[in-house]
Design a protein around this ligand. Structure first.
Ligand code: ZN
Ligand code: ZN
Length: 381
């Protein structure tokens, strides 16, 4: 059980974060508040400014042994909050609509427990990562030379899950979230008088062809191992000037698969269909990629540890059949370390993530803290 005073302190801290959200890469004050709280937990070491505004707190037993990392995110979203409760966002157009305020608070609760019950062997790392929402944060942390010192044997993270029963632990072997990336396709034609489009190169038909052909590459059936999804996001072409035949166009798509292998194939197939359209319509097309999220590839042993820990605490456990279609940049860590991402139910009636009325349910704080702590005890015992 978590001490009542600690819960009161954590809920107040979570609401303070909620009221003062900052978008990806700009979590300066959030990081300051987190570092200030961490200092009261007397970790062995605190590394600040890792991968931008990131922080790692290290609880080192001083004895050899395994190391385990738990990760939370610091960033909020560019969404206007419509809630009117007391801790509503005070930052116009920005709010914590993914519950990262809650995830961060869970790690701080764990830090407070570790300050009283130091690990007996090995080390525990608490990573507060910036910029999860744009996929840049884990990359920046991973590439930071300061991360060299903290490479863990195991790494874990959870995401709260609206529509799942409150405090239900949701696990899955192999992929937990999809591999996702976005493509920007630029079609370079040539303007002409609208009366004589034959003298120019209008990208309209190339755009239509790319959309038609790419739609055929989608297998939007989550039960399939080779699930693929291509979603048109944005199309732009020409100017609103009725005398001009368009000479330039852009298409933006997101693409998703359950694993990196299928992602490689889908990428190659999509590029092939773009090249075909370029050749047929005799227009140079350039492509670039953005917002890349690796699939969260859960390790069997790490998932087993989550399950055992949940069972030992008599938590409600649910094994999901197929991965979530959203991307989560923790995937970069699970592609490189033995680890697992799991979910904790935010309640069946909770508004969905990224919705303007969403708020993190504080009722899952104690369970999440206990589960992380239990996992650490199992690895370090
Ligand atoms: Zn999110
Ligand atoms: Zn999130």
């Amino acid at each position: 059980m978590i001490d009542k005073d600690l819960m009161t302190e954590l809920i107040a801290f979570r609401k303070m974060l909620h009221a003062n959200p900052e978008v990806s890469g700009k979590e300066f004050n959030t990081a300051k508040s987190v570092a200030k709280f961490l200092k009261t937990c007397t970790p062995t070491k605190i590394i600040e400014n890792i991968g931008g505004t990131g922080i790692v707190a290290i609880f080192d037993s001083g004895k050899s042994g395994k190391s385990v990392m738990f990760r939370a995110e610091l960033d909020a979203l560019p969404i206007q909050e419509i809630n009117t409760f007391e801790h509503a966002s005070t930052n116009i157009g920005v709010s914590h609509k993914c519950g990262h305020d809650g995830h961060t608070t869970v790690l701080l609760g764990l830090a407070r427990i570790l300050s009283e019950q130091k690990p007996k062997t090995g080390k525990i790392f608490l990573l507060f990562q910036p910029a999860e929402e744009d996929g840049e944060g884990s990359k920046a942390v991973f590439a930071d030379p300061k991360f060299e010192d903290v490479k863990p044997d195991y790494i874990f993270a959870f995401h709260n899950l609206p529509a799942y029963p409150l405090n239900q632990i949701v696990v899955k072997n192999n992929s937990f979230t999809a591999a996702v990336k976005s493509i920007i396709i630029k079609i370079n034609g040539k303007t002409a008088h609208a009366a004589e489009p034959e003298n120019g190169l209008n990208p309209a038909l190339a755009i239509a062809e790319i959309l038609q052909e790419s739609a055929k590459l989608s297998n939007n059936d989550p039960n399939r191992e080779d699930f693929t999804l291509i979603t048109p996001i944005h199309i732009e072409m020409g100017e609103i000037a009725y005398g001009i035949s368009a000479g330039y166009g852009e298409i933006r798509l997101t693409i998703r698969t359950w694993n990196e292998k299928t992602m490689e194939k889908l990428t190659a197939d999509l590029i092939k269909c773009i090249e075909k359209a370029s050749k047929k319509h005799q227009m140079p097309i350039t492509c670039s990629w953005t917002q890349e999220f690796y699939a969260n590839q859960n390790d069997d042993e790490a998932v087993a540890l989550v399950k055992e820990a949940a069972k030992s605490l008599s938590f409600n456990l649910f094994e999901r059949k197929f991965p979530f279609k959203w991307g989560e940049d923790f995937g970069l860590f699970t592609q490189n370390y033995k680890g697992a991402m799991f979910g904790i139910g935010a309640g069946e009636k909770s508004p969905a993530l990224h919705n303007p009325d969403y708020d993190f349910p504080d009722k899952i704080l104690p369970n999440a803290i206990q589960l992380f702590h239990q996992i650490s005890l199992r690895i370090l015992s």
